[in-house]
Design a protein around this ligand. Structure first.
Ligand SMILES: Cc1ncc(COP(=O)(O)O)c(C=O)c1O
Length: 375
């Protein structure tokens, strides 16, 4: 029986979500733009979903726009903020997801804004005073784009602190919250953030569906033009099944956040305790403020650990080496490189969900004991 520990790449759909999507597929077939009853029913479903997501984040419904996922949302926010908000400089870090880094690279090539990538330490943390100095040092209209939590090592960046800093220096703040929606409480009434994003498949919703929050204070233009759906911000007939499933998954994640967090923390703690007690020379790539569902471990060089990922797969354990959502092949991870991770060591990201159990963790550690040096 396979053990799925790759929940930072994507999560399985919950049965409740499947049921909601199935009902929507069967019963709600009208085009939300049609004015007849069938269309109105589909429109009502979308607006109910928008309200649920807005309420859960402390936003207003007019600030939530549905997209195909976090990648699309991040692209649109970065590209169109330059054009519409007059952003002249974007400050980010070297360990962002590729949908940020590659977009920033594209912006740099176009020459449309200055791009500054801050280095991080060996735990993935940037220097706060470095950021403050950058913000204080220039009169250029600036956007700070920093992920709320990193998808490979789980390091968490403090949203409130960044919001205070950006407010102080009148910079826009965009946070890639793809890994934290439904995992870390976010209250946009209390935190001055210009943009955040979500991808349903990271919180047990469907793939290919997400959203962006654009603070009412900031107006940017769309990236996709057409029939003016999403109040003109994202044209194309809405993915109603995805949106219904995403809203349901979101509500469950918000309601169950404390219990899921506790469960995942127990799994993580149990995993690392056994690893520290029973395996030789394994390092945790990130400690301290880290997501409860991500455990990135660095293994020593050994004959069997060269093929660690493949051997885990053969043993029925699904985990990840680098960033699974950016490639089908195992590439050198830009995140691990930025951390100064030694290439001869092997890193595996184990990422949990509340659907995993202690018994599964025990089985995985037992497998690891056959693949890497033990004490
Ligand atoms: C931090 C982060 N941002 C963005 C994305 C992209 O999400 P999607 O592929 O659903 O658009 C991911 C997916 O792994 C992610 O982890």
């Amino acid at each position: 029986m396979a053990i799925y520990l790759d929940n930072a790449a994507t999560t399985p759909l919950l049965p409740e979500v499947i049921e909601v999507m199935h009902t929507t597929m069967t019963e709600v077939y009208g085009n939300p733009s049609s004015i007849h009853a069938s269309g109105r029913r589909a429109r009502a479903l979308i607006e109910e979903a928008r309200k649920q997501i807005a309420t859960g984040l402390g936003a207003s419904t007019g600030e939530i726009f549905f997209t195909s996922g976090a990648t699309e949302a991040n692209n649109m926010i970065l590209l169109n903020s330059i054009k519409d908000l007059g952003v002249e400089r974007i400050i980010s870090t070297t360990i962002e997801h590729h949908c940020i880094l590659h977009t920033l690279h594209y912006i740099k090539e176009l020459g449309s804004a200055e791009i500054v990538l801050m280095p991080v330490d060996n735990q993935g943390r940037f220097e706060k005073t470095f950021l403050e100095n950058l913000l204080a040092d220039s009169s250029k209209k600036t956007m700070v784009t920093i992920m709320h939590a990193n998808n490979e090592i789980g390091v968490i960046n403090d949203m409130s602190h960044l919001a205070e800093l950006c407010t102080k220096y009148k910079a826009f703040l965009h946070m890639d919250t793809a890994q934290t929606i439904g995992k870390i409480p976010i209250d946009l009434r209390a935190t001055s953030v210009s943009f955040i994003v979500g991808a349903a498949h990271k919180f047990h919703g469907p793939k290919g569906c997400g959203f962006m929050y654009i603070s009412g204070a900031n107006q940017i233009s769309p990236m996709i033009h057409g029939g003016d759906q999403e109040r003109g911000m994202r044209s194309g007939t809405e993915n109603i099944y995805g949106i219904a499933g995403m809203a349901n998954a979101f509500m469950l994640a918000i309601e169950e956040m404390p219990i899921r967090t506790q469960l995942m923390t127990e799994l993580r703690n149990h995993f690392i305790t056994r690893v520290n007690n029973e395996l030789e020379d394994v390092h945790e790539n990130c400690t301290g403020a880290v997501l409860p569902n991500i455990l990135s471990l660095s293994f020593p060089e050994s004959p069997k650990s060269t093929m660690l990922m493949m051997n885990l797969d053969i043993a029925g354990v699904a985990a990840s080496g680098g960033s699974a959502c950016s490639s089908g092949v195992e590439n050198e991870s830009h995140v691990l490189e930025a951390l100064g991770h030694l290439p001869e060591r092997k890193t595996i990201r184990f990422s949990f969900s509340h659907l995993n159990s202690i018994a599964e963790i025990d089985q995985v550690v037992d497998v690891l004991k056959t693949l890497t040096p033990i004490k």
